[in-house]
Ligand binder design. Sequence first.
Ligand code: AP5
Length: 216
Amino acid sequence: MNLILLGPPGAGKGTQAKKLVVSTSMPQISTGDMLRAGVAAGTDLGKQAKEHMDAGRLVPDEVVIGLVEERLAQADCKEGFMLDGFPRTVHQAEILEKMLDGMGRQIDNVLLLDVDDEELVKRITGRRTCGKCGAIYHLVFSPPPSDDTCSCGSIGLVQRADDNEVTVRERLTAYHDQTSPLIDFYGNRGVLRKVSGTGKKADEVFEQSKKVLGLG
Ligand code: AP5
């Protein structure tokens, strides 16, 4: 299956992707993770992305599209993939369509995770992640074994630079203005599957997601 995870910041795309990786073996392709790795390594791409990410704005299309094209050409994507955080504009979606066309492939499903804005702000400001294994926690909704320790044993959970309330609200504005038109874009192509996540635990969202995707 070639799958896109669509939804606002904090909707649970990363959380659901990690569960889907375990149950389907599809690779997760997170543009946010790739960009953060570039920022941490101080690459040219990371330098171009950083100021946009810190301000809660989308990174320019030309920076992101090349990354995705390179990643989709890798061997582990041949049997299917899960795009997390891409596309984020109609322009990106059109480019992706052309890219996949050239490979004789297409998007089979777009899973839209829909969550109210105020719940998103609470989720994001309480998020902590493990720098070693990538596990995602929430201090209240999905707490780590201790405030600073991951279940993999790594000490020092981190809070993302863009996970403060001011930047989150900018990211939500970017989502509503630039990304939400993709709901109609993929709705018109008949591949959109929606799951409402407001007030639901991650496991419940996962069960509903599997169902709408025909995964059991
Ligand atoms: P990116 O890293 O993609 O961030 P995002 O889309 O803003 O999404 P998040 O990672 O914040 O949230 P999520 O939906 O994955 O939620 P999670 O599962 O972690 O992008 C960051 C930046 O990179 C962008 O702002 C942009 O600048 C740039 N960028 C990336 N891709 C780009 C592109 N294509 N074009 C241009 N720019 C791009 O969950 C969040 C929290 O909630 C966690 O603490 C989790 O434990 C908790 N949680 C999850 N599910 C539940 C639940 N059901 N109930 C309660 N809590 C829950």
